[in-house]
Design a protein. Sequence first.
Length: 175
Amino acid sequence: QQMTGTASTLSITSPSNVTLTPAIPENGGGTATGSTSWTVTTTNSAGYELAIAASASPALTTGSDTFADYVPAGASPDFTFTVASAASVFAFSPEGSHIASRYKDNGSTCATGSGDVADACWDGFSTTDRVIATSGSATPSGTATTLNLRAAAGAAKTQPDGAYSATLTVTATAL
């Protein structure tokens, strides 16, 4: 096989492990947050796509105890994160200049507009790839996408203590 023309490059940085804080008490509810980021660099003139998938469903577990994967109220992510009083959930919200249109907002609604309000447009994990960022052109100096993570237990939920963990795979693909 022979390549003609100029070969393009694609690279992605390795994120650090994330510890969600503060610890959520077993009774009374609470919210723990954290974030990580990836920088994608490509010389591909058609750009790239960045997708995320969880290795299991639900994503956040310890033994047989889990936080359910967040489920938005409709087809689009929820602009505001919510947790029912008797539930516990795990969610994400991407931020950055290349977030996918699903996570852009108009200041009050997700999947509409061109904005990126901080800590808005919350979605749940899936074991299939979900595109979180995309660019239609080369990014030779790199573009970062931050992933905000949130685990929450409602006030009436007894959430067993434990060292919960989630394995997430992020894939950058040249377009």
